[in-house]
Write a protein that binds this ligand. Sequence first.
Ligand code: NA7
Length: 494
Amino acid sequence: MRTTLRSPRVAIIGAGMSGLCMAITLRRAGITDVTVYEKAESVGGTWRDNTYPGLACDVPSRFYQFTFALKPDWTHLFSPGAEIRDYFTKVAKDFGLDQIIRFGTEVVHAELARDHWQLRTSDGETQEVDFLISATGILHHPRYPTINGLDDFTGPVFHSARWDHDVALQGKRVAVVGTGSTGVQIVCGVAGEAGRVTLFQRSAQWIVPFPNPSYSRITKTLQRIAPSLAELTYLGYRATSEVFAQALVKPGWRRRLISALCRANLRTVRDPKLRQALTPDYQPMCKRLVVSGRFYRAVQRPDVELVTERIDQVVPEGIVTTAGQLHEVDVIVLATGFDAHAFLRPMTLIGENGTTLDEVWRDGPRAHLTVSLPGFPNFFMLMGPHSPVGNYSLTAIAETQAGHILEWIQRWCRREFDTVAPTQAATDSFNAEMRAAMPDTVWTTGCTSWYLGQDGNPELWPWNPSRHRARLGQLDLAAHDLRFHAANTTQGGY
Ligand code: NA7
């Protein structure tokens, strides 16, 4: 007897890169009852929120894109943020997502009701869905530092992810607080335009010196007229990234090679005092490696100053360090990072037996294979806890996760279960396996960063990203609790 396929109602939270990827993956598979909830007024997530000067992705553009929407005419090896935002906007339009995205609508509450989810949005509307998928991003909530007197400053102060474009920087004295990828890119972006840039560095960063050449017209044409070349290029970047991703997760020649590159780059700083000030006290790659072929040149400019004394307080006219020196500035930019562990927050999520996500994650976010949670059936995450990061393409990770989630949904369509969730035992065993692998990773070699969770352990995938693809490519039925619920009424076909 043939089973009639049923058609699921799916809600995706977030229309950033990963939410778009999920929605398109579902629609391409013929699943059409999909709603994407987006609290802002446009797509793009981090690429919509970040608009600071100098913004670029630190993953090559030919690898930071969707395989189902390869763009032949990327302008640069590492293309600027606005171009990436435009790419995602175009992809959303090309795949008809404009009709299914509910802009300006935040999901504030989601609760399991036996075999489906009930959602509530900020405007009080409710909706029932068979699958709930969170794609709320990792680096979303700006982290504001607690610095005495910050509110007393007379000039503009803003976070890098909330850039105030009404503030003209020409000729101004600009303070940049923070030396992560963002601070480094901002210094490169504003040096020369601002009158003076003062970079307040709490920890020095290792910098890998990739140049950022533009693509020639002939390369763009070839990529356009030969789609198989575009695919091969993507795969070539993926293979290379996976060779070097090994440096992060295992000691060996790759780690030594990248470290040597960073050290050689640092030696290009001529002034020994400045070089010393820029020398980190931890291994390269322990914090996320900063990719920049321009930073050391920028920081050696006469109109750029590096301050390594800690900030003591902000006064109306500038920043005072613990050495008591006042640095008079006109604008303060806080490139102080994000709360990377606020997955899904501030929304409330209630799973089986009334258990909340906050209770389950009291000791930090944990998941099964980065995508699902015991006790939260038919709920999946993109970019969930321990998703592979570390200078690897998140579009590739999103595609792997979306493909995995689609497979579960297709099985639901074939009525192989009504609800699916990983078992607690499988989740515990996966997390134990990860913990055992952590000591080999470079992230545990002695530094602090947004990679570390509240227990001091890295919240990253401790193996090569290729293993993520392999593990998510094969559904492990034995690791899941598949249930049927009597009187399931969902009907229809797709
Ligand atoms: P990061 O990488 O978290 O960097 C934040 C920077 O801000 C880092 O240098 C911090 O120093 C510094 N920071 C944070 N708080 C303070 C205070 N209170 N005083 C001085 N300095 C401070 O964020 P980014 O936005 O640069 O990059 C995030 C990711 O975006 C990046 O990894 C890429 O994936 C893209 P610390 O090192 O903690 O001493």
